[in-house]
Ligand binder design. Sequence first.
Ligand SMILES: NC(=O)c1ccc[n+]([C@@H]2O[C@H](COP(=O)([O-])OP(=O)(O)OC[C@H]3O[C@@H](n4cnc5c(N)ncnc54)[C@H](O)[C@@H]3O)[C@@H](O)[C@H]2O)c1
Length: 355
Amino acid sequence: MLSTCLVTGGAGFIGCALSGALADHFDRVVALDNLHPQVHPVRQRPAALDERVEFVLGDVTAASDWDDLLADVHPSTVIHLAAETGTGQSLTEASRHAKVNVVGTTEMLDAFVRHEKLPRKIVLTSSRAVYGEGAWVKGDGSVSYPGQRSRAMLQRGQWDFPELTPTPFRSDRVEPRPTSVYGSTKLAQEHILKSWCLAMDVSPVIFRLQNVYGPGQSLTNPYTGIVSLFAQKAKAGEVIPVYEDGDIVRDFVFIDDVAAAIVAGTFASQTGEFAYDIGSGEATTIMHLAEIAAAIYGAPQPEINGLFRDGDVRHASCSIEESKRALNWAPVVMVDEGVQRLCSWIDAGSQTVTP
Ligand SMILES: NC(=O)c1ccc[n+]([C@@H]2O[C@H](COP(=O)([O-])OP(=O)(O)OC[C@H]3O[C@@H](n4cnc5c(N)ncnc54)[C@H](O)[C@@H]3O)[C@@H](O)[C@H]2O)c1
């Protein structure tokens, strides 16, 4: 049988970054994508999608689109990327997020059964959002799950949990406790996929990605991408506004490193018991990120404005040691260099979308 890889959401940021490596490895690669207008303002096949990839316009929530696709395609491997990805937006458009992320996943699985075309492996890109605030440590060393910061806490500028120290996420040690609708839908995807795959003798591979950035990311989607937002403000010579006290922590992981990890997981012979945490392994404050972007363009010093967003977690970093070992992978681009590369790409203006 020919090896065929189906990539849902394959025309997006991560899908395009993966497309060349997948086309090198598989006999046939098919990208199913509805060209979501929030992600694709010009609703055409992206130029960054490798030309060897067959593009199919379709919606993962539509059973009829699955029927049309599977009439012709029998994937041996599926990489399930299609998703609504706006964490803040998921609070006010919860049904849309649940429909695409949860029902889109179950429609896909039902379609494989209906057409008797089960893949051998399904790769899912879940998110660090499943952890919520994760586990923090008390003074006596015991672990505490503080849950979500309340609006009252944030309004009085109490950004951290008193007397608690954050710890990096790690899937074999830190329980997922999402604090956003988006995170909840990503965790539901994980659970659905795992139980279905185990029953159907299909291998599930789950990645929990930190904040992915780099050339190819959307510069227009207002709901994702703090790195591109900061870079564009700095390029315009504006003061970058920094939320809370500037000490929100994230792990910014470069797109090429994410693509390399997903390719490694796609071809790994063993499926790990736990999700792979994928980050740079480096915790960065958003103030530091803003300073990197401002320095690249000679923009004014970023300013802390004390504003906050409901549902934002305070601290998100991860331990990548287990993923490095299991995938024989390591990130190579750290945040200073990665932001520089993103800015060079923005400056080159090569993010045009052509048929
Ligand atoms: N980029 C990140 O920082 C990040 C972090 C954690 C997890 N992830 C996950 O990785 C995956 C890919 O993210 P991305 O950054 O490439 O996002 P993206 O928005 O660039 O790509 C998603 C693609 O899915 C498509 N899509 C959306 N709804 C669809 C539908 N109903 N049917 C078919 N296609 C649909 C969009 O058109 C888009 O091309 C998502 O599952 C996301 O949850 C991304």
